[in-house]
Design a protein around this ligand. Structure first.
Ligand SMILES: [Zn+2]
Length: 464
């Protein structure tokens, strides 16, 4: 790489969100054959207010950038100057994401290779904990005259680079850079050797941030492709960008296929509550409508009632009683059912208020027979009906996806996931003690059981 130019770059911004925050300063240094041949540096008018905390950190104030050009005004010149040379930056994905977005807004599709000095530092000194630019400069006895100003930072970065380079033979240094470019798309904090062990099998993966904070739990039939995909996506995606910036550690568990992965994922999301999984999955007090045979109206029951056989029908899964009532009320209005007969309003003598508004067909006052009313209500609720457990006893599902190293047996009873085992006998012996009805499990199972063969599943019924 020695004869191709490298561009050392540093940006100052109004914040850390690459799609919303703006650039306030850019400094870039072009290096050819180990010599700095050109410097490009400018304040940028961000066309928005600079938050006071940022202004204090960088010293870049609204007044300072008032006369500066906007990014749009310098975009064409800067793009030409950069010449598609690889960018060298500390936490390069950050600068790159800001640059790409700014160029995009100026109508320019900017892409180039990255060399991240933060990653490089982790590779060079894996036992050191601190890899911030200031910590590195201190370790190398280098000074930075104006920290958090682009030109000073980029010069400090260049000094650091020369110090590293001086400590290596040219072939060793080149080999190191080549290796770094191989992993250039990985987040700076990740250990690439660890990721090399990711299997191409089904399973779940867990992404952790600083202090082992759970960030995200996901699943895939190919762990390797899926996890690497997180870090290779387009940087325009704010959520992926935030995730990539924060990931420090990846763990995974192999499964026998997609079903095993989904069941395990649902379980882990609930126990770990990762900050980037949809919080919706968190289970409140699960509630459902139970309509006993022969009754005129359904009654609210807790979700745990589903874990045992019930007479009559069960409709809908709700996070709380309020949602359950709102849903039933909406259906009642749509179908002109009687809110009093359905138990949504206090039963009074005679016609209900809805009848007077022509929103009830009169089951309350004998105009519609209760049998007919019940029939219509059940028909309207049909789309919400929870399927009764159709098996005698426990269902064991054997799963073996072609990508998976070995099969597994999942034990389910009344829609409750009891666990998975490495053999049929072990699955039969799994304890039903802690079984708890769970919306996610129900939804996953009803999806997979519609078509077991396509999902590489074999059903084995085990009557206790
Ligand atoms: Zn009525």
């Amino acid at each position: 790489m020695p004869s191709t130019p490298l561009v050392f770059i540093d940006l100052e911004t109004t914040g850390t969100r690459s799609t919303r925050d703006r650039i306030t300063e850019i400094a870039a240094m072009k290096v050819v054959d180990g010599q700095c041949v050109a410097l490009w540096s400018s304040l940028i008018q961000p066309e928005c207010k600079i938050p006071p905390t940022i202004a204090r950190l960088t010293g870049i104030t609204d007044a300072l950038v008032a006369e500066a050009p906007t990014f749009g005004q310098i975009a064409t010149d800067l793009h030409a100057w950069l010449e598609d040379a690889p960018l060298v930056a500390h936490n390069a994905r950050f600068d790159y994401a800001f640059l790409r977005n700014a160029f995009k807004q100026a109508g320019i599709d900017y892409r180039t290779q990255l060399i991240c000095t933060l990653r490089l530092s982790r590779r060079l000194t894996p036992n050191e904990r601190q890899h911030s630019l200031s910590a590195l400069l201190a370790r190398h006895g280098l000074t930075n005259t104006r920290q958090h100003r682009a030109e000073s930072d980029v010069k400090a970065l260049w000094a650091l680079w020369q110090s590293w380079q001086g400590a290596h033979t040219p072939p060793a240094w080149e080999a190191l850079l080549l290796e770094e470019r191989r992993y250039r798309s990985l987040p700076a904090h990740l250990d690439s050797a660890h990721l090399d062990r990711l299997p191409a099998t089904p399973g779940i993966y867990l992404l952790y941030g600083h202090n082992h904070l759970p960030l995200y739990v996901g699943k895939s039939v190919n762990l390797r492709t899926r996890v690497m995909g997180h870090f290779q996506r387009d940087h325009q995606d704010e959520k992926e960008m935030r995730l990539a910036q924060q990931v420090q550690h990846v763990e995974w568990e192999e499964t026998a296929g997609d079903l095993g992965a989904q069941l395990r994922e649902a379980e882990r999301v609930k126990t770990l509550m990762p900050i980037m999984n949809r919080q919706l999955r968190r289970q409140g007090k699960l509630t459902t409508w139970h309509w006993p045979d022969g009754d005129e109206a359904p009654q609210l029951v807790g979700g745990s009632a589903l874990a045992r056989p019930l007479s009559g029908e069960v409709y809908g899964l709700f996070r709380n009683a309020r949602d359950a009532k709102l849903t039933l009320r909406a259906i009642a209005e749509e179908e002109q059912l009687c809110p009093q007969v359905l138990g949504l309003e206090k039963r009074q003598r005679g016609r209900c208020f809805a009848y007077q508004l022509k929103k009830c067909r009169g089951a309350c006052c004998g105009e519609e027979s209760l049998t007919h009313h019940t029939q219509r209500a059940k028909a309207a609720l049909e789309k919400l009906r929870i399927h009764a457990w159709p098996w005698e006893g426990r269902l064991i599902i054997e799963e073996h996806h072609p990508n998976a190293a070995q099969p597994a047996w999942h034990a389910i009873d009344h829609w409750c996931y009891l666990g998975s085992a490495q053999s049929l006998d072990d699955a039969r012996a799994l304890d039903a003690e802690n079984a708890r009805f769970d919306v996610d499990t129900y939804r996953i199972l009803s999806r997979f059981l519609r078509d077991p063969a396509t999902h590489h599943l074999k059903l084995i019924v085990h009557a206790d």
